[in-house]
Design a protein around this ligand. Structure first.
Ligand code: NAP
Length: 247
């Protein structure tokens, strides 16, 4: 039996690709697709068990709330989450036994491997910084992927008692050293011609290691989106990412 799926933000850059990918998958059925100003009841009454959301950080919490209320399992590609929002989602889900949600900062397999490799490299280096590069229409900075990578590196540094990055900066024009996510400097570039790219740079005496990932086309996110749709209901509650599905 096919999985009934709704898409929210269906006319956006990612939404259009998701609609195409779902329509081409024989085990999935697209039962609703809505965008800005469309009636949410279309999703609510569609019979969807899973809804994929690629909208904007300012509307995503409301959408998640509506989906959970309707008993639909959200797969969320929209970025811009913080601890407070994550806690709120957990609370919403706790009242709905068996319901699941996945917040996925990056659906690209290469980006997930980049994060894994970054975690593996962390303990060997004194310094770690991140540079993320995106198209100029992206409205949040830094990217969800960069934030997640910084958190992973920070957790790993803590586990290995690495302390702070060495940095003698005592005078700074604000922003020159990037934004600090759990102490890891993250620099965001916005440029015409780019899609989604990230470098994680590690350094110790006499050497650096750069791990770089490039998404040149939004199609690259689709295998991860389909994987999340097919598996979301198997793990009730909130799951971040699709790392557990890629082995
Ligand atoms: P986009 O092209 O701006 O698409 C967003 C779409 O959502 C637009 O069509 C927008 O309509 C629509 N929308 C806004 N409010 C809505 C609402 N309340 N209900 C339904 N639809 C609504 O953006 P995008 O490039 O596709 O990116 C979308 C999100 O995905 C961003 O947060 C981005 O960072 C994230 N992203 C995640 C991944 C990942 O792997 N997780 C990859 C790429 C992008 P209007 O244009 O009329 O406002």
């Amino acid at each position: 039996m096919s999985i009934k799926v709704a898409v929210i933000g269906a006319k956006g850059r990612m939404g259009l690709e998701v609609v195409k990918a779902i329509t081409s998958a024989s085990d999935l059925e697209l039962v609703a697709s809505i965008d800005q100003n469309d009636d949410f009841n279309v999703v609510k009454n569609s019979g969807a068990t899973v809804a994929v959301d690629f909208t904007t950080p300012d509307v995503i919490m409301k959408n998640i709330e509506l989906l959970i209320e309707a008993g639909i399992n959200p797969v969320v590609g929209t970025t811009g989450f913080n601890e407070e929002k994550i806690e709120k989602i957990k609370k919403l889900l706790s009242g709905k036994t068996g319901l699941a949600a996945r917040l996925v900062p990056n659906f690209s397999i290469g980006a997930i491997l980049m994060m894994r490799f970054a975690k593996a490299a962390t303990k060997f280096y004194d310094s770690a910084e991140i540079i993320e590069y995106h198209h100029p229409n992206k409205i949040d900075a830094p990217s969800g992927t960069a934030i997640r990578t910084a958190q992973i590196i920070a957790e790993e540094r803590k586990a290995h008692n690495l302390g702070k990055n060495p940095d003698a900066t005592s005078s700074e024009i604000p922003g020159a050293r990037g934004s600090k996510i759990d102490g890891i400097p993250v620099h965001a570039v916005r440029m015409q011609g780019l899609v989604a790219h990230q470098e994680v740079i590690f350094g110790s005496s006499g050497e650096t290691l750069t791990i770089r990932h490039d998404s040149f086309d939004r199609e690259s996110f689709m295998p991860g989106v389909l994987l999340a749709i097919r598996n979301v209901t198997k793990k009730p509650g909130l799951t971040i990412g699709i790392d557990d599905l890629i082995n």
